[in-house]
Design a protein around this ligand. Structure first.
Ligand code: N01
Length: 545
């Protein structure tokens, strides 16, 4: 048996996570002649799409836009069966990419990175996994995704419950058969809204526990139309380029006009047309829906009216109609028959906005003083987003500072890519970048390209260490908050604000200045020799010791 020292390996980069970020990173770094190892806690690739296997899981970005753009042959050859892809199709795509580019040989599955410490003497990250393996790497790249740490709320009696429990973000691999069951769904975010209609078709009875109603737009999903697919494929390069400089990284046909500059008739006509088209393009009905409360009110009211038209019980419709925050300031939901589901005889809605679930019991739960019995409880209760997964790894930078210590009052990054005191640590779609406020595929590709090009730059210039300057980082953190404060986003208790996790600092985590604006900013910084970053050549670091 090898001793510990002999087992230790050395690579240029350790990548944590084999979702879309980790896969593309590995492909690019290897192609540029770097050595890399990927550690992935799941037993397969796909990240979000590996874990979120709940019935009804589907992407809310159109298939033609939610895919890699880096390989022309791949984008021409791949066929998406539906306008909005279901989870199994996206997972199949991730698996295809891994196979096509021969990526799995450098991925350790079912392996979690526990600790990562920057050794100032060797200028290397010392990474240790849960299998006890130690790896030295010049670069540590967190490709862990923004919404990967599932949250089950601390409700009293959780361990007393004897039935089956599920979390949408950790769904079993084998099919769960709910036939004949009475089930509870707790949570009505994107995941709950997608899964409730599908569960209602299968289970004997579904009781939905809703703390906050959500605005949801019908996806108007349909099989992929050959003409539509062909029109994208004929112009893929140009369309992808256009997407990269839009506000959200996707082509949504923004109506560049204020809602208040239109009269009531025009607004109704616009909203009705967008509702019929479906999808998140509804928020692009006018250009100021996320900036002006008055404009936003018109769109919010339109959606409430649709809910009242769809849901037959006026009482249930009122409970489902969001009134406490502006539309779009919590992640907009895209559904397939969500509101219609409440017209079924086997679906009930329980409002827990005023009074939380009291506790779980061996047979179900107690809410409003009433005991409910359930065979299964589905938690659609979300994630410790953006920072939770980074904190799950004990990351220690210079002088042993932990990331958690540095970010105690909220994440501090330069461009959402790096954090001062953590040399050569990169984050893909980290807090402070457009990340979850964008088409993730566009943001992932941009960050992977930025990181790999930075590493190439270092190699070309004989540089060994890269780190943001504290002043540049402070300015960026302020800019991220100032940008958010000019919008309506801070008015909602959303996971963007960390509001779903008790005790989490309350501030807007993603960068809302726009995907195109952000990309141009990154391009300018690179053109100015990586303004705001400083580098150390190998010799200078050694001499300073
Ligand atoms: O999680 P969420 P999600 N008692 O945090 C409720 C992406 N995504 O998994 O709003 C009772 O949005 C909570 O209530 P409240 C997308 O970015 C994308 O649905 O905090 N209820 C809320 O209703 C999305 O935004 C896709 O008052 C409790 C729900 O649980 C993100 O993932 C599909 C509670 C959590 O909603 C997360 O979505 C799915 C408690 N103690 C997800 N704690 C697509 O691409 C929480 N809740 C379509």
């Amino acid at each position: 048996m090898l001793d510990r020292k002999e087992r230790m390996s050395t690579v240029d980069a350790v990548i944590v996570g084999a979702g879309f970020s980790g896969l593309y990173l590995l492909h690019r770094l290897r192609g540029l002649g770097f050595t890399a190892r990927v550690f992935e806690r799941g037993d397969g690739v796909g990240g979000t799409w590996y874990w979120n296997r709940y019935p009804g899981a589907r992407c809310d970005v159109e298939s033609m836009q939610y895919s890699y753009s880096f390989d022309e042959k791949l984008q021409q050859e791949w066929h998406w069966p539906e306008k909005f892809s279901a989870q199994p199709d996206i997972l199949a795509y991730a698996e295809h990419v891994a196979e096509r580019f021969d990526l799995t040989k450098d991925i350790d599955f079912e392996t979690e990175v526990n600790t990562a410490c920057f050794d100032e003497r060797t200028r290397r990250w010392k990474v240790e996994t849960d299998s006890g393996e130690k790896v030295n790497a010049q670069h540590l790249i967190m490709a862990t995704g923004c919404i990967s740490t599932a949250q089950i709320p601390e409700i009293d009696g959780l361990s007393d419950y004897r039935g089956s429990t599920y979390h949408t973000g950790r769904w079993p691999h084998e099919k769960v058969d709910f036939t004949g069951q009475r089930i509870a769904v707790i949570g009505t975010g994107s995941s709950g809204i997608q899964t409730i209609p599908v569960l209602a078709e299968e289970a004997a009875h579904v009781t939905v526990f809703q703390r906050t109603p959500n605005y949801s737009i019908p996806s108007q999903n349909e099989p992929m139309q050959p003409k539509y697919e062909a029109s994208w494929k004929a112009n893929y390069t140009a369309k992808r380029q256009e997407m990269r400089y839009t506000g959200h990284g996707s082509l949504k046909d923004l109506n560049d006009k204020s809602a208040m500059s239109a009269d009531e008739n025009e607004r109704q006509k616009t909203y009705t047309e967008r509702w019929k088209i479906g999808g998140a393009g509804f928020l692009a009905s006018f250009n100021d829906l996320l900036f002006s409360q008055e404009s936003n009110d018109t769109a919010s009211e339109f959606v409430r009216q649709q809910i009242r038209k769809i849901v037959k019980s006026p009482k249930t419709a009122e409970l489902l109609a969001p009134k406490t925050y502006p539309i779009g300031t919590k992640r907009i939901c895209i559904d397939s028959g969500y509101f219609e589901t409440y017209n079924r005889d086997n679906v009930d809605l329980v409002d827990i906005s005023e009074e939380p679930i009291e506790r779980l019991t061996p047979t179900g739960l107690i809410a409003h003083g009433k005991a409910f019995k359930f065979d299964s409880i589905v938690f659609a209760t979300g994630f410790d987003a953006m920072t939770g997964t980074l904190f799950n790894v004990d990351i220690r930078g210079r002088a042993g500072l932990t990331l958690k210590q540095k970010w105690y009052a909220g994440p501090r990054t330069y461009l959402g890519l790096m954090s001062e005191a953590f040399p050569n640590l990169f984050m893909i779609t980290g807090p402070g970048s457009p990340s979850v406020k964008s088409n993730m595929m566009v943001s992932i590709e941009q960050h992977v390209d930025f990181v790999t090009e930075s590493i190439v730059y270092m190699r070309q210039h004989g540089l060994e260490v890269m780190e943001p300057e504290l002043a540049a980082e402070d300015d960026w953190v302020d800019h991220v908050q100032e940008t958010a404060n000019k919008t309506l986003f801070p008015r909602a208790n959303s996971w963007y604000m960390g509001a779903n996790i008790p005790g989490k600092p309350r501030l807007f985590m993603p960068y809302i200045g726009g995907v195109g604006t952000y990309r141009k900013k990154c391009e300018e910084i690179v053109a100015e020799n990586y303004k705001g970053f400083h580098f150390k050549p190998a010799a200078a670091v050694a001499a300073a010791e």
